[in-house]
Design a protein around this ligand. Structure first.
Ligand code: SF4
Ligand code: SF4
Ligand code: FES
Length: 493
């Protein structure tokens, strides 16, 4: 370790670490466009210039490696003037269409202007006109005039996905980003360039002009669209007199799971959160009340010979309570899952589409196969916990616990419960990493959670924490609940 001095304050850091990384990790404001943690340095934007004692000229922090005794200034008068000049250069041909730009509110250019600029334009010649609203493919629109040519998007396609769909054409002031001739932006991770773009040059066709970002609330969650369990932010809000609406999923940095990225299919799976069942309980095909269906289910569980099928996407806590219920009423629990080889790859996407298969196996639930079909013959009640794979070979009593419309609407009794975006819980991914997703404190629940329904069936009052604590030693290597709430933990396979 070495000691460096930034604005005369000592910082202890690793020797030969990149200066910009040290500054960011220590929450020291350093403007930058081209450097990104996931892509490294490129040195093209010059926004990160700092003053280094003993050096004649300002140096870029993204190409400076720290050493013991290094003295850096980020706020001296001369460096602030330099940053301001570079920013003015970046803005020379900018259309300044912030009022109609989707990036407004989360735009580095806008933020730096407020920090360093606040000047009137000195440009007396016509601005350099380029193409606007170009459809690049994969849900992405490009505005070439807003681009600061940081190359993050180009580097993502060349270094991360290795698909090379984006290039810089032209020279000098006439340079612009476009697709490689005869190519469209079409890789399954393409929409990450929208998050990488520090300005409003790359925007999502799906999200464009729908919401101002300052009206959105962000909740820390986990994508449920495959067993990778990428960390995400759910951006949502409730319009006046309307229910909460999810507007987008965005990647949340998690070095143990997904790094900085998510796949496009997972990103767009936010739509399922807006398509949940209406808030109703159904008993024998009629709308009923929670109390009556609860009573009906308890009675059936006492008198009938039951079998249960769970979705392998239920949370750890939900599966543990199903396990408790199965032990109370002595029924077997089965699970099934879908494997989609075309979807899986060697980056993030897993061919297993269920998000918590690991837990179903850990709790010794049985895989749906012949035994399930055969054992159905002797059963008189099926409990379906949100599984899509349910079969009902003959008229048989069925209780379903569903978040979305089901296959057997007319012949089942149904408990409707909250989908994951309005709930909290734990998931274990295909690499054995356990992570938590949270519930937004701003959203009033419209439906009961599955935990509440299962607690009522068990006459218990477990919380997410207490049910996890009960089984922590047996299944989860004694990892404290509070630790998982803060950060993902590796259980191992
Ligand atoms: S489009 Fe965005 S990410 Fe790509 S070079 Fe321009 S500013 Fe950078
Ligand atoms: S890789 Fe899987 S978990 Fe990650 S965003 Fe895509 S679908 Fe969701
Ligand atoms: S961030 Fe250092 S030159 Fe762009």
């Amino acid at each position: 370790m070495v000691t460096i001095y930034v604005n005369n304050k000592p910082i202890i850091c690793k020797d030969k670490e990149l200066l910009i990384k040290v500054l960011k990790e220590n929450d020291i404001f350093i403007p930058h466009f081209c450097y990104h943690e996931s892509l490294g340095a490129d040195g093209n934007c010059r926004m990160c210039l700092v003053e280094i004692e003993g050096s004649k000229r300002p140096q870029i922090a993204c190409d400076t490696f720290v050493y013991d005794g290094l003295r850096v200034h980020t706020k001296s008068e001369s460096i602030l003037e330099t940053n301001k000049d570079i920013l003015e250069l970046e803005l020379l041909s900018h259309p300044v269409d912030c009022p109609t730009c989707d990036q407004a509110g989360e735009c580095s250019l806008q933020n730096y202007y407020m920090e360093y600029g606040l000047y009137d334009s000195r440009v007396s010649v016509a601005k350099n006109k380029k193409d606007k609203a170009l459809d690049l493919g994969s849900n992405i629109m490009l505005d070439q005039e807003r681009c600061v040519l940081c190359m993050r998007c180009v580097r993502f396609c060349s270094d991360i996905t290795k698909t090379d769909e984006l290039v810089v054409m032209g020279r000098g002031n006439d340079s612009y980003i476009t697709t490689t001739p005869f190519m469209r932006l079409s890789n399954p991770y393409a929409m990450n360039v929208i998050d990488l773009c520090p300005v409003g040059a790359l925007t999502s066709k799906d999200f464009r002009f729908k919401q101002r970002v300052w009206f959105l609330d962000s909740t820390q969650s986990i994508c449920h669209a495959c067993s990778k369990n990428c960390s995400i932010f759910i951006d949502h809000n409730a319009q006046k007199n309307q229910n909460d609406h999810v507007h987008r999923f965005r990647p949340r940095v998690n070095t143990m799971v997904n790094g900085h990225f998510i796949c496009d299919e997972g990103r767009l799976s936010y739509k399922k959160a807006n398509e949940t069942r209406k808030n109703d309980f159904i008993m024998k095909s009629r709308i009923s009340t929670y109390e009556s269906i609860l009573k009906h289910t308890k009675k059936l569980l006492q008198s009938e010979n039951a079998i249960a099928l769970v979705s392998a996407s239920l949370s750890v806590e939900q599966m543990l309570l199903v396990k408790e219920l199965s032990e109370m009423y002595l029924f077997d629990v089965y699970y099934d899952y879908k494997e989609d080889e075309k979807f899986g790859d060697d980056f993030l996407k897993s061919s297993i589409k269920e998000s918590n298969l690991y837990t179903a196996k850990l709790l010794d639930f049985k895989l749906v196969d012949k035994p399930y079909e055969e054992s159905l013959i002797s059963k008189s009640l099926i409990l379906n916990f949100n599984s899509e794979f349910i079969s009902k070979p003959r008229p048989i009593e069925m209780i379903e616990f569903l978040t979305h419309e089901g296959k057997f609407e007319r012949s089942s009794s149904i408990f409707t419960y909250e989908y994951f975006h309005n709930d909290m819980g734990l998931l274990i991914n295909s690499d054995g990493v356990i992570s938590s997703y949270k519930k937004s404190s701003k959203v009033k629940s419209e439906k009961f959670t599955l935990l509440k329904i299962l607690n009522d069936l068990l006459d218990e009052s477990y919380t997410n924490e207490s049910i996890y604590e009960k089984y922590k030693e047996l299944f989860f290597k004694n990892i404290p609940y509070s630790k998982i709430m803060k950060q993902s933990q590796r259980l191992g396979l």
